[in-house]
Design a protein. Sequence first.
Length: 626
Amino acid sequence: ALKAIKVDYEVLPHVIDVDEAIKPGAVEVQKGRRGKRVPDGYSDNCSSWFECGHGDLEAGFARADLIIEKTFRTASTHQGYIEPHACLASMGADGRADLWCCTQGHYGVRRMCAGVLQMEQSQLKVTASEIGGGFGGKTTVFIEPVALKLSEKSGRPVKIVMTRDEVFRATGPTTSSSNDVRIGMTRDGKITAASIMCRYEGGAWDSYTVVMGAQSAFASYDLEAVKATGVNVLTNRPRQAAYRAPGTPQATYAVESVVDELCLELGLDPIETRLKNAARKGTKAAYGPTYDDIGLIPLLEAAQAHPHYTAPLEPGVSRGISSGFWFNFGGETCVSLALNFDGTITLVEGNPDIGGSRAAMTMMAAEEMGVPYDKVRTIVADTASLGYNETTHGSRVTFAVGLATIKAARAAKAEMCRRAAAIWGIDPDAVEWDNGAARATGHNAGNFEPMPIEKIAADSPNTGGPIVGHHEVTAEGAGVSFGIHIVDLKVDPETGFTEILRYTVFQDAGKAIHPAYVEGQLQGGAAQGIGWALNEGYIYGSDGRLQNSGFLDYRIPVASDLPKIDTVILEIPNPGHPYGVRGVGETGIVPPLAAIANAVSRAIGVRMQELPMSPPKILKAIRAKG
């Protein structure tokens, strides 16, 4: 039946480029979507406008010995998850439904699907399947409401799996962008003023990523005069979606490129210059807050002293440096920790694991309870079995869910101490928990042998019933995260091909709960950033149709494209977490774009102002230079 359908398409006026869509008189993507704060001189495709900053820009630029102003463009990029979007829906005659899907946030899926289908949320149970990658691309719904509606109509379970072509065409990539950066600096390397104008292509609807980009652009710097402006621009393309540190790599690429060019022009060391201007405790960020304890200066000092940075460069090899930042989030979280009759522990949380979070929760629960790691099992509950949990995004899970896990474990420990006190007939205040057992303490506590967790668990039916620790929180105090990346590379002047020779990541993790997983997060971010910098980008034809809708033509890095990526993990504790945890998942993808662009620009003697820096673009720049 589908083959019998013939579709004739009429190509309508359209606009797919952010700089074209923003011009007055551009094709209007949607009527009535102009943002209220958008000033005159911009098209009606500008759906939102954001500004932040402080200080006197004009006076700051007047004090500068050198001012550099440039424009930088980036292409839309795909998150690169291997598993396509997929779901299985089953709706009964009573209107109750079950949905299984690969998602980063099944509570969000429930909320969105219920809203679209006008269902009560209690009528829909969503289970998150094991996910084959997300990186921000699986935080919303596409096929899930359709599957539910088809199941309702057919009275049968319905399974939908997107093809790779459908994933590329119909789901949101990260935004393309065009960014104007202006920075003034004194001869000795002090930044006197800085500004950025971020124009982000949002697709056919609003996108929040431009706010993140503008807010984060100068987050690594302690500046007296700074302004960041962002505008979301509608185009005839799919709505843009999140991708690790959404919006931040694009703006950082622009800012760090100009900082690097200032260092070149003034003959300054790039790390020493960043140290001179680095954000620190007490710095007022451009987006408003005043920083508490942060790790940027220790990271820069570690990078400066590292053998990678001190090693002399061989002929034909260039080096690039960049800093990076991510806010880190907290959010609504609910955790339940249950003691089983044999003394083992079941931890129930509600966040799909896309970066080793279950292992981290298990380790924190085991640490608190004083039991071996293998005595704790962590599971991800469905939406009917546990209270609401915010989506796995924004580097929030190890911080927020970890915070709830620790407090749930402490509640369970307090209850076990009360049970032991009741058995011993002493005051609960005279009992403390230590190394997996309740112990009587104090002069009047009596002489009792420690009561192990297994004994308390076995006796629980006779001492008050199940022992469960539960904690709900809207977590705050996530603590920001910084990173520094160093890359060595060489560019073939005959082909424009870039070979990455050495790469080192420095990042503040607050406390690395599972160091191997933290290292993997940092290496993964660097690998994705390398792809973004050198090869990745959506290519559209003049008719507005995507030309490279698959991994054959959209080229993500493979093993042969990457060097060994070294990592240096610093631990500057976050005061907002009992163990000092900071999220690590986002920051790693922020510096690579600029670090690689800076190295390539130094190698060929031309500032690369557009990503990806594919061999044809590099060759064109070399030939234009002469």
